[in-house]
Each structure stands twice: as structure tokens, then as C-alpha cells.
Design a protein. Sequence first.
Length: 279
Amino acid sequence: MLPSIKSVFVAFTEEGRSEHSSALAYAMSLSQQAGAHLTLQAASMRYGVPGSLVGAFGAELINRENRRISELADAFADKARGRADLAGVTCMIETPSLIYANLCDRLLAHARVHDVSILDLEKDPVQRDRGLIEAALFDSGRPVVIVPPGCEQFSAKRILIAWDGGTSAARTVGDAMPFLREADEVEILTVSGEKDLSSSLGGTDLAPHLARHGIKVTVRNVALTQPDVASEIRQAAGAFGADLVVCGAYKHSRLREWLLGGVTQSLLRDSTLPMLMSH
């Protein structure tokens, strides 16, 4: 049980491809186990093009496509409602049809009044869904669980914390406490060799804090041997048998990430485990 998780938010955006959402199944499972209220935003991505640019015929085509996408979102919501009823999950569902900017604002508004938000992983950094993930991570002020395809059952028995002693890592550990307290085992991973950690307190300093909360915790320090820190995190999570990774979200300029990569971007690109992140 997760007694302090009372409200869960999950967002799905229909863009006309009838995509499957592992995040919805994961959020449903989490809500069922926690006895939490679930809010689903099953939105349709609306195309907003002025009629003066496309003419009457083009405007009709756009309106027809918007109606089609909206109907797909409604069908997704109907199926979700049935699944929630079968699972005994109290669920509120909305199906807004919005252009991207308004959809992003609506998602953030919901995320800010829930304990945790659940979103599907989007590997491509130029896709709109990636933009929604980044907005939730950096602008909601709340933790986000990002769910890869196929991860449809919530479990947090073994949790790996990626720890560098920084602000985002500290914030994320605090946000993850409801999950950490219920875990069977927690491992703190610190990777040295990628940046200067000399002014930060390491995992051996974080461990007593978690232990005081009744968390069974171990510490692992490794030197960077993989191509990047994200690869070390993925390898350590696999070796530990983690079912959830807790890590801070870090934001750099687009140019820097394109030239040098970035731990957050790399994790979002290749993760096979759910990740609880915040900033």
C-alpha cells in the first residue's frame, strides 16, 4: 500500500494513430494498489490553421481530421472508463480537443494538483509528446513517472536511486519518499568520472537519512566505464533487478544536448524501466 498517494494523473494524447498507452495501464495499477483517485486527460491534438491560409476546401479537410482525432480520443476514454470500473478505480476523465500550446497548459494545470503524473515514454526528442514530458518535468513542480512500452504493472519493490548530490537529485528523492518507504530494497548509485562531485555529499551520506525513515538501503559507487552516465544507470538497474529508477531531471540548452548529449535525454531515449523524475 501507498497511503500517502491519494491522487494520480495520467495524460494521453491522441494524434490520429490510435496508439497504445502503457502509462494508462501503469497508472491504473498504481491507483488500484494505492486506493488513489485517478484523473485521465485523454486529449486530442487539434490542428489550428487559419482558413485564410488554406481556403475553404483545406479548412474542411482540417476540420474533418480534427473530428476524426477527437472521436479516437473519445473511444480511448470510453475503454479507459470501462477498465477503471473493472479495476474498482475511481476515475475522472476529460477529453479536451486543443492545439499543442493549450494542451500543454492543461496538462501542467492537472499535474500541479496531483501527487504524481504518469506519462508514456517518447524516445524521439522532436516529437510533441516529448515536449509534453519535458514540460511536466521542468514546469509542473511535481514528480513524473515516465513509462516505457510494455511496463503496464506498477511495482516498486526494488528501487535504484541515481544520486549525484545535486538539487534535482535531492528534490526527486524527497518526491519519491512514498515509494521508497514501501520498497523492499533501495540501492543508491553514484557514478564518478563524468563531473566533479567533490563538493557534494555522496550516497553514504544519503543512506542514513533514508534509513531513519525505515528504508532498507545499500550504496554502490562506480567509476564511469560505459559510454555515458545513463548507460551506467541502466546497467546498475539491471544488475540490481530494479523495477523503478529514481533520478533527477536536468535541463541544458538544446545545442549543448545535441553536441554532448545529456543524462536525462539519454535516459528518455533508451530506458526500459519506469523512471520517477522531478526537477
